[in-house]
Ligand binder design. Structure first.
Ligand SMILES: C[S@@+](CC[C@H](N)C(=O)[O-])C[C@H]1O[C@@H](n2cnc3c(N)ncnc32)[C@H](O)[C@@H]1O
Length: 378
């Protein structure tokens, strides 16, 4: 019997109002981008503008695809490839909440449910896929409400074979309410997909610090701290090699264990650990410094975006955020020497991001260069 092709094997989510990809990609709604202001144009290090765009991201993304196809400088990476190397989006989560800033200004209404929410996002995901560079990748930040539906949609739009990680951002810090009759909800879900032709992944390691004197660590005759682990599936040959390198520890009953040396400072033993897909070392925005807080209701911490951008792009690459909010992605991209494009439909979001970017020019930094545009119907 012939094997079913991957294509025939794909599961699809069905709901009322689902449009064809062809119609979504037709670019019927594309709008003009009208320049409203340029900031520090002369100091642009890459000879092209970063873009902050106010408007509904659907027609704006259609416009950006046209610009990409025309090899517009704003859509061309420093290495000459076109399209965003990295896309991060943090869309509304279908919470049914009206979000307001600290000073009670209206931010945005998150009021789409069911198939309407899924189709809203699916349309944008299809356009975002077209905007990625051939070796680009996309992170989609969600929570428990819709992440599982969106996973199915992303498998359909990007291909199940391009799924890279389901990252759990365990932001902690919020205990279960005394009256809650369930486990406390304290993580978000970030789905990571590549476009297809390879992708950038810079391994990231974090460190864990243990007070000296805390259990589980030993010192060798040279005073170096180490911990041990079972030999696992190391062959006898490998064990011999490790023995030569001083990496073997024998217990009292002569069981072989592998030594892992650790760094130290005055008071701590420091263990370097490659970051996995559970991120429990980045507190949520309630716990960021006062200087970083903007008052925008759903602001994400720069540390989170720092990890995403550092892992999946290199200097001079374009980073795109189509639900930019207070501009966390843009500010972090700027700090890391990436180029960026941000879109948001809300006035408060755009004003917050604009101010944040303008204020980035701390002592010794290049002034931030960007063009502020508004999407205008043809
Ligand atoms: C969860 S917030 C993003 C927060 C952002 N990550 C930050 O750190 O501040 C979602 C944003 O999507 C914007 N938004 C919702 N619908 C949109 C649309 N159709 N086009 C553009 N932006 C939209 C909202 O105005 C809001 O700022």
């Amino acid at each position: 019997m012939p094997k079913p092709s991957k294509k025939n094997n794909t599961c699809k989510l069905e709901y009322a109002g689902k449009e064809s990809e062809k119609d979504i990609l037709s670019g019927k709604g594309a709008e003009n981008l009208v320049t409203e202001g340029c900031f520090n144009v002369k100091n642009n290090a890459h000879g092209a503008q970063n873009l902050l765009i106010k408007g509904d991201n659907l027609p704006v993304l259609q416009t950006l695809i046209k610009m990409k196809n025309a090899r517009h400088a704003a859509l061309t990476n420093t290495d000459g490839t076109t399209g965003a190397r990295l896309i991060y989006i943090d869309p509304p989560f279908s919470t049914m909440l009206k979000f307001r800033a600290k000073d009670n200004q209206h931010a945005y209404d998150d009021n789409k449910t069911g198939g309407v929410f899924i189709e809203f996002l699916r349309k944008r995901l299809i356009l975002l896929r077209e905007l990625l560079s051939p070796n680009g990748s996309i992170y989609v930040h969600l929570d428990w409400k819709k992440a599982h539906y969106v996973k199915a949609v992303m498998d359909e739009v990007f291909g199940e074979e391009n799924f890279l990680n389901d990252i759990i951002w365990s932001y902690g810090g919020r205990g279960a309410k005394a009256i809650a009759n369930q486990f406390s909800r304290n993580h978000d879900i970030i789905l990571w997909y590549k476009k297809g032709l390879g992708h950038i992944f810079n391994k990231i390691s974090g460190e864990k610090r243990f007070a000296k004197g805390s259990g589980g660590f030993r010192q060798d005759e040279d005073g170096r701290w180490f911990k041990t682990a079972p030999r696992g599936d190391y062959t006898d040959g490998s064990i011999k090699e490790l023995e030569k390198a001083g990496r073997i520890y024998r217990t009292r009953n002569n069981t072989v264990r592998i030594k892992y040396f650790l760094r130290e400072d005055e008071n701590h033993i420091i263990e370097d650990k490659l970051i996995g897909d559970v991120w429990d070392d980045i507190p949520d925005a309630m716990h960021i410094s006062r200087a970083e807080k903007t008052g925008y209701p759903t602001q994400k911490p720069e540390a989170l975006l720092n990890r995403v951008i550092s892992a999946s792009s290199t200097q001079g690459d374009i980073v795109l955020d189509a639900f930019a909010g207070s501009g966390t992605t843009l500010v972090t991209a700027e700090k890391l020497g990436r180029r960026w494009i941000g879109i948001d439909s809300g006035s408060l979001a755009i004003n917050t991001a604009k101010e944040r970017l303008a204020n980035l020019n701390g002592k010794g930094n290049e002034p931030v260069s960007f063009m502020f545009c508004r999407a205008k119907s043809k």
